[in-house]
Design a protein around this ligand. Structure first.
Ligand code: NAD
Length: 419
């Protein structure tokens, strides 16, 4: 038992143990690699609009600081707890190492149901959370970014709050900011764009014609919507989309640009059209060429993995596939090509890294430059993963994680144990 114990942390631990066994890492080295460096829990009191005071619990977990500052999103969601945040921080570490970024992983979150907050209350909570974190974060210590339930506006409030306390503008304290406040072109689209880029690359390698191929996307927030949009632009028919309000299905293909416009205006896909509404749980098991889970973790368990009818599983969300499901998918690897989360959704942190670099240098790039460099890093990581999976005869997830864990391990071992 640790303070992190819970289903999501168990999942990150189980995945790590598979890699540690595969790499034959001595048992006494494992805790040092797995357990987070620091975990911070804060209480965030705010004034509600009705004059009462409400207190929300917030967390930040910094997994390791061996390669540079930590980096990771901040999640505002009612499911957030310290174990979930720790698991997400650990996954960020392997992801950054696989992409070759000079970061350890971090993650943060506030346990809150956003539906219960007004816009002003959300601003108060965002500012108070960042203010409580000031002693523990910094451009060379820990750099935050958006995740589920947070967006560019929240990042702008984080940046402004930190800057007010420093007495100068410190844009490099967070990434995923609006371009008007020191953000980079191409960050908003980066994660979904990377998912679609890798999915289309795999389709080409599997000789699946993009035009007229089908895609299904679970979750229509930042990641899901931009992944769907690019897949749509590549000529695929996005035949089903779901979010927390329900699901839409049309075998002729949904009008994704119009759906994005609707979701941006109304905050969800609800009320978009009369296209067949159906049980959101069915989304994952529809027959399609590309399935993109882009909502939350642990949605594909062993039972669902058996029922999947996709050719490519492009994991937009973090941790959507449980270890039970991985066992099933290993047996089905000739039918389903898995692009594991730590590679598939890494376009977000890659472009966050570009944003941080640009902010530090105060030298800004064109969007084409951002995209070119993003695809270059994703393609290189993809090639390494596929080569490693072949060489070691392991799954793509094991190969991707092994590369990440190995890099962190090598850095820890060469630096040694202080003091
Ligand atoms: P978001 O808050 O913008 O969107 C989340 C979406 O999921 C919303 O459409 C929501 O309605 C939907 N959703 C929630 N519960 C659902 C359910 N039960 N069924 C179907 N849909 C549901 O969040 P996001 O930033 O797009 O993040 C989505 C996932 O991608 C998370 O796992 C996150 O950790 C991961 N991720 C995000 C980024 C990023 O840059 N934003 C980067 C890497 C990974």
């Amino acid at each position: 038992m640790t303070v992190y114990s819970g289903p999501v942390f168990e999942m990150a631990t189980n995945q790590f143990n598979v890699i540690a066994n595969h790499l034959e890492i001595p048992v006494d080295e494992r805790d040092r690699l797995l357990l987070p460096k620091r975990a911070i829990t804060v209480s965030c009191p705010i004034h509600r609009d009705d004059g009462t005071v409400a207190v929300f619990e917030g967390y930040r977990v910094q997994h390791h600081l061996t390669l540079g500052p930590t980096k990771g999103g901040t999640r505002f969601s009612p499911s957030v707890d310290i174990g979930e945040v720790a698991a997400l921080a650990i996954w960020m570490s392997w992801k950054c190492a696989l992409a070759g970024l000079p970061y350890g992983g971090a993650k943060g979150g506030v346990n809150v149901d956003l539906a219960t907050l007004s816009g002003r209350e959300l601003e108060s909570l965002s500012r108070r959370y960042m203010q409580e974190m000031i002693p523990f974060v910094g451009p060379h210590t820990d750099v935050m970014a958006p995740d589920m339930g947070t967006n560019e506006q929240v990042m702008a409030w984080f940046m402004d709050t930190y800057s007010m306390y420093q007495g100068r503008t410190v844009t490099e304290i967070v990434t995923g900011k609006p371009v008007a406040s020191g953000g980079t072109l191409g960050r908003r689209e980066a994660t979904g764009r990377g998912v679609a880029h890798l999915a289309s690359r795999v389709m080409k390698e599997l000789a699946i014609n993009l035009t007229g191929a089908t895609a299904v996307v679970q979750g229509f927030g930042n990641v899901g919507s931009y992944a769907a949009l690019d897949l749509h632009h590549f000529g695929l028919k996005v035949i089903a989309v779901s979010d927390h309000t329900g699901a839409l299905h049309d075998e002729r293909g949904l009008d994704i640009p119009a759906l994005m416009h609707h979701a941006t205006k109304h905050g969800s896909i609800a009320g978009f059209s009369n296209q067949r509404h159906f049980d959101p749980a069915e989304v994952l098991t529809l027959r399609c060429d590309v399935l993109v889970p882009a909502a939350m973790e642990r949605v594909i368990d062993g039972k669902i993995a058996q029922k999947l009818r996709c050719r490519v599983l492009a994991e937009g969300a973090n941790g959507p596939t449980t270890p039970d499901a991985d066992l099933v998918l290993e047996k089905r690897q000739n039918e389903i090509f898995v692009i594991p989360d730590i590679l598939c959704n890494s376009g977000g942190v890659v472009v966050s890294y570009f944003e941080w670099v640009q902010d530090l240098q105060q030298l800004f790039w064109e969007e084409e430059e951002v995209m070119r460099r993003e695809y270059q890093i994703l393609d290189r990581a993809f090639d390494r993963m596929v080569a490693r999976a072949r060489a070691d005869n392991v799954s793509h997830r094991t190969a991707a994680m092994a590369i990440g864990v190995e890099k962190v391990r090598a850095a820890k071992n060469t630096r040694g144990l202080f003091p």
